[in-house]
Design a protein around this ligand. Structure first.
Ligand SMILES: Nc1nc2c(ncn2[C@@H]2O[C@H](COP(=O)(O)OP(=O)(O)OP(=O)(O)O)[C@@H](O)[C@H]2O)c(=O)[nH]1
Length: 289
């Protein structure tokens, strides 16, 4: 057995800290031990004080000021610095016992998940393949309000897929802020987004978000490249057939508990797929003989 960890990821403002807080609250009410790690060097306000905070090692503000970097370059520098100082993590996480759920609240810059290989190195170090031996799962949040703009929703879906492929750890995708869309979209329609029905993207001719965008509208009218691009994106998502979303309402404890149980299941499923210890293999072969 080893510790459990959730990497709470997703674009800026997707609700990562709010979800992390809901997880902490749920752990407290179910008497599960948890440990909250803030890995956002620019984070400011916390309802729960982090048990470990990257800002004790480095802050984005200092990096931007001292190295004259912008926010994205500064964030990359902070993560490179963290990777050069991994004992900052191991000293705090190694002593935790197995029953702990470790919640990693990640920054929102999308570049971190899609463009640069810093996160794979970090997850490798934390995960069962690395020295910290944590059963890790990624929880990728996307704002459910994106469903009213299909192009935005599918762009978000591609980012989630990119993170899934890049990190190679158990992964759940989550539509956050469900309280904001229940009034706007029917349950049936929401299910189509949660299961990522690519037909939604192909039926974009009547989509108000497309008609509101003059360039996209022109491209559609002329049967042009926008339509072809949509088809290619739909095909890509369909080919991988691996993205679906759980629906999160942080106000509803059952919703939070349901998501945590999906995370536990994803980790256990992944563990069951892992190659067996060669010693166990020998035992199985012996029994078969
Ligand atoms: N209505 C509603 N608002 C939410 C929910 N979750 C988060 N918010 C609001 O959305 C805003 C961003 O939430 P955060 O939890 O800070 O999002 P984040 O992903 O951690 O943001 P960054 O760290 O800046 O990337 C805040 O104003 C929250 O109050 C939700 O489930 N429902």
């Amino acid at each position: 057995m080893s510790k459990f960890g959730v990497l709470v990821m997703g674009p800026a403002g997707a609700g990562k800290t709010t979800f992390s807080n809901a997880l902490i609250q749920h752990c407290q009410s179910t008497r599960r031990s948890c440990f909250y790690v803030n890995l956002d060097p620019a984070a400011e306000n916390f309802a729960y004080a982090p048990d470990l905070d990257i800002r004790e090692l480095i802050t984005l503000e200092d990096v931007m000021e001292e190295l004259h970097l912008g926010p994205n370059g500064g964030l990359i520098y902070c993560f490179e610095f963290l990777l050069q100082n991994l004992d900052f993590l191991s000293e705090a996480l190694d002593p935790l016992s197995e029953e702990y759920l470790i919640i990693f609240d990640m920054p929102g810059q999308i570049e971190l998940y899609t463009h640069i290989p810093l996160l794979p190195s970090l997850t490798q170090y934390l995960s069962r393949q690395g020295p910290l031996n944590i059963n890790l799962c990624a929880a990728y949040l996307l704002e459910s309000t994106f469903v009213v703009d299909k192009a935005k929703f599918f762009a978000g879906t591609l980012s989630a897929m990119s993170a899934m492929l890049m990190l190679e750890i158990p992964h759940v995708n989550i539509l956050s802020k469900m309280d904001q869309v229940r009034e706007m979209v029917s349950r049936r329609e929401l299910r189509r987004f949660a299961n990522v029905d690519v037909q939604l993207l192909q039926s974009d001719e009547e989509d108000p978000s497309v008609s509101a965008n003059p360039m996209a509208k022109d491209a559609l009218m002329s049967g042009g490249s926008f339509k072809q691009l949509n088809r290619a994106v739909a095909q890509l998502i369909d080919d991988f057939s691996m993205v679906s979303f759980l629906q999160l309402d942080v106000q509803d404890e059952d919703s939070v508990a349901g998501i945590l149980s999906h995370i536990d299941d994803a980790i256990q499923y992944h563990e069951a797929q892992e190659p067996r210890d060669p010693k166990d293999e020998q035992e199985v072969n012996y029994e078969e003989e």
